[in-house]
Design a protein. Structure first.
Length: 144
């Protein structure tokens, strides 16, 4: 017999032997089950993280309010006012920037009064008002 005849002897008349799919299906089902379980774990952890994040944000706002004596919306508004007064945009308010604002607020303010106000606000004595000094003045004026 030739080699071709030997090769044909190994095959059944119905073709190659069938692949056992039951063990393959069992493995697929196990993997699917593990995948679903893992997804549920991930979703649970994700929800946990979101809840913790909300708590941290709330606590952060509370701490900011305690620290600054103001809500963040008030701090942001005060920062906008500070930035408007800071004509040179150097992060500080000097006398020449503060005095016109004081004159708008109190039209009959004298130069001496304006100077006294500036000196009382300039707590570090550098002849400039930074945002913290400006904020302290706001809190003092509003008794916070």
């Amino acid at each position: 017999m030739s080699d071709e005849a030997n090769d044909n002897e190994d095959e059944s008349p119905l073709g190659p032997p069938p692949v056992k799919t039951s063990s393959l299906m069992d493995e697929i089902m196990k993997m699917k089950s593990l995948s679903e379980s893992t997804m549920k774990d991930i979703e649970g952890k994700s929800a946990e993280i979101k809840n913790k994040e909300k708590k941290v944000r709330r606590k952060s706002r509370e701490l900011e309010e305690m620290m600054y004596g103001m809500e963040m919306s008030d701090v942001n508004r005060l920062k906008e006012i500070f930035d408007e007064l800071d004509v040179t945009k150097d992060g500080f308010i000097d006398r020449s920037e503060l005095f016109p604002a004081l004159q708008k607020a109190k039209s009959n303010i004298t130069a001496e009064e304006a100077e006294q106000i500036f000196k009382s606000l300039d707590t570090n004595g550098n002849d400039l008002l930074d945002f913290k000094e400006f904020q302290k003045a706001y809190l003092k004026i509003n008794d916070r």
